[in-house]
Design a protein around this ligand. Sequence first.
Ligand code: AMP
Ligand code: GLY
Length: 424
Amino acid sequence: MNVLVIGGGGREHALCWALAKSPDLGRLFCAPGNGGIARVATCIDLDFKDIDRVFALIRSEKIDFVVIGPEAPLVFGLADKLAEKGVKVFGPSAAAAQLEGSKGFTKDLCARHGIPTAAYGRFHDKDSALAYLKTRPVPIVVKADGLAAGKGVVIATTREEAEAAVEDCFAGRFGSAGSEIVIEECLVGEEASFFAIADGRHVVALGSAQDHKRAHDGDTGPNTGGMGAVAPSPLMTDAMVDEVMDRIIRPTVAAMAAEGMPFKGVLYAGLMLTASGPQLIEYNVRFGDPECQVLLARMKTDLLPVLTAAADGVLDTLDIDWDPRPAVTVVMATKGYPGTLEPGGEIHGIDAADALPDVTVFHAATRAAGDHFVPTGGRVLNVTALGATIAEARDKAYEAVGKIDWKGGFNRTDIALKAIAAAG
Ligand code: AMP
Ligand code: GLY
């Protein structure tokens, strides 16, 4: 089977790395891919919005299956366009991708189907939002409805802050993403991420992960796409996993099917583990990045038949085997990330790091340049390791980081320490 992966980050490197191991794989393509992905796939410089070129590639390379990594092509409707033309695809339709694309959509779905989430109001104009705020206690959370690159959420500790956030949204700070807002109760607890794969009707758990959103040690500095991750999250007991599947994930998949938008793809739930049980903070409709890297490092089952089973609606016929060992990934980023990037310089030593036992270095933004690589973005490498314990996985990941010689990069030094403390 010839496969095309859409995307070019660390998540897509992990997807390509796992797919490349499949005995069922013919040729593997990735658009646009990156310097690391080029080692396992043919990278094609292609914009997913250029749909004629996407179809031309599918025809000329006899692609049998397309796997969509990032949210932008999903919300754009790439899965629908491919499916309309009879191309087998992994990833939700644009209608189902509203679970990530519109926070209000998800909140309303939860309300209609009794899925536990923070109490909320949904507003299209400033005056009714401000009036609602007056009736609610602080702290309170103000969210732009649409995709705002992870920046559209304000946890307001005072009423003034909450009002300013509402004003900002309707003044266009997040563009069209903020033309509608959700105001919701502030939940208290520890956060965890949970992943499941669905085929429209059936759903299989992929497990939990914990990320590290802030740029610097001690959870300081600006928010990022994620500076490291651990899987599974030691905060999530087996009983909690069952509860999340029974009360949040399965009801969501059933609700989407009942409402005519069957969800096929990866459902990524941001959870707050509150005193009264897990509550949904938000959904994403794809693998997390870098959470995908730690999840797939642990997957022993061949990924390709898992993804095609989801596309074909036969996930009920499938069991997924996991490596019992936890995984840790450390993100190496260009200095300046997530702000203005400094000149990245040369990266050496990736192969030496990757050669360590139980270590895989995924590339998130690199280009090969002779005997070395150069960074092409903010988050550049995801140094990933398995270990008997989280502490051992963390040690191996940092040993591998130590083999990478990159003056223009930085990484957090405390990835997984919170998880190790929680695991006791
Ligand atoms: P989101 O973009 O919805 O994932 O929100 C970003 C972050 O804001 C989450 O990871 C939480 O840390 C925090 N957050 C969002 N909604 C709430 C809420 N209702 N209560 C407490 N924290 C929240
Ligand atoms: N690491 C967070 C995300 O993929 O959204």
